[in-house]
Design a protein around this ligand. Structure first.
Ligand SMILES: Nc1ncnc2c1ncn2[C@@H]1O[C@H](COP(=O)(O)OS(=O)(=O)O)[C@@H](OP(=O)(O)O)[C@H]1O
Ligand SMILES: [Mg+2]
Ligand SMILES: [Mg+2]
Ligand SMILES: [Mg+2]
Length: 322
């Protein structure tokens, strides 16, 4: 019976008897994010983006829809009791065999699960999926900013995640490989990239396509030497992880739980911190409200996070507190 499934599934089935749920879920998330990234590239190559305007400055493309279908159908087939929440409406029940990925990344499967996460059950987990973060940038050709985000929360806290960058190019010898997958697991570490030390002077990263006067006010008070304006919460946190910026400031509603769950989990596993602009943590349980109403403030370490919180004027904090 098992032979019908192919060798990777067979390995996954054997592993399922010994490897803790969280490690298996992260390993499957890495594999499915790679496939979702290929879908994102293929749809761009075909040139039929199928753009829908969901709201003001808020777009959805065929890549957002198909990548979400791939991720949700693949993870729910393997972890049927886990609650999975995706950004794009109308996809949850559209399972597609074409996109079914049942592999699990072997390197992740061999990670040592932290003691506190060994007993986690499917019922304790909520997965937040942003199939394509940086949709505005995807449609405008800023392809390096685009990421696929899969965030894993346990008892409302983000504890593991994947940021896949479909358009990251690696040259190995004469061959170039597209895409890389960054992962993090609380108390275990991060991987898939080379961590960088924070820049010597204060460099901020913020939105490229969703600015407003509140956002600009919070940037000015930081006294930074440089402000990088890039797309996507995933890409901005990647800039922190790689030492290209040290604080991510977005003093506005607009971001949602699927934007921050995976980036927060990975940043925390790397020693950083992500909160709202008042310094309070967001919760990621199944019934929380989706918008991150009080903005985003993330930093590479606690010291810089405290610096940034202290510089935000009280008036601005009052405006963004719900
Ligand atoms: N004002 C507003 N309206 C609608 N959607 C918004 C808004 N601000 C941020 N976002 C969503 O947050 C994701 C990251 O966007 P940005 O890089 O522009 O901003 S930021 O991370 O919030 O700084 C990005 O997610 P994706 O939709 O997945 O691309 C944005 O759509
Ligand atoms: Mg969107
Ligand atoms: Mg997003
Ligand atoms: Mg999105």
């Amino acid at each position: 019976m098992e032979l019908l499934f192919g060798s990777n599934t067979l390995i996954t089935k054997k592993m399922s008897q010994t490897v803790p749920l969280i490690v298996r879920l992260l390993a499957s998330s890495v594999s499915v994010a790679n496939r979702a990234g290929k879908i994102v590239r293929d749809i761009m190559s075909k040139g039929e983006l199928g753009i829908i305007e969901k709201g003001k400055d808020d777009y959805q493309t065929e890549a957002d829809r198909s990548a979400q279908r791939c991720i949700i159908s693949s993870l729910s087939a393997q972890f049927p009791k886990i609650k999975i929440i995706g950004e794009e409406d109308g996809n949850e029940n559209q399972t597609s065999d074409e996109y079914l990925v049942l592999d699990a990344d072997k390197d992740i499967l061999s990670l040592e699960c932290p003691d506190g996460l060994k007993e986690v059950k499917e019922e304790d987990v909520v997965v937040w999926v942003d199939p394509l973060d940086g949709t505005a940038e995807y449609t405008q050709g800023f392809l390096e900013h685009v990421t696929v985000l899969i965030g894993i929360s346990v008892n409302e806290k983000p504890i593991a995640g994947v940021i896949h960058q479909p358009y990251f190019k690696t040259i190995v010898g004469n061959e170039s490989k597209m895409g890389r997958t960054i992962w993090g697991l609380k108390d275990a570490g991060v991987g898939g990239f080379t961590p960088g030390s924070p820049p010597e002077s204060l460099i901020l990263t913020t939105t490229r396509s969703h600015s407003n006067p509140l956002v600009e006010n919070a940037l000015q008070v930081m006294k930074a030497t440089q402000i990088l304006r890039v797309g996507g919460a995933g890409y901005k946190v990647l800039q922190l992880l790689e030492g290209k910026a040290s604080i991510y400031v977005f003093a506005s509603p607009g971001c949602k739980k699927w934007d921050t769950c995976a980036p927060e989990a990975i940043l925390t596993a790397a020693g950083g911190k992500l909160t709202d602009i008042l310094g309070s943590s967001y919760k990621y349980g199944a019934t929380v409200s989706k918008p991150n109403k009080s903005g985003v403030l993330a930093a590479v370490n606690d010291e810089l996070h405290t610096y940034a919180i202290n510089r935000i004027p009280q008036e601005l904090k009052d405006k963004l507190s719900a």
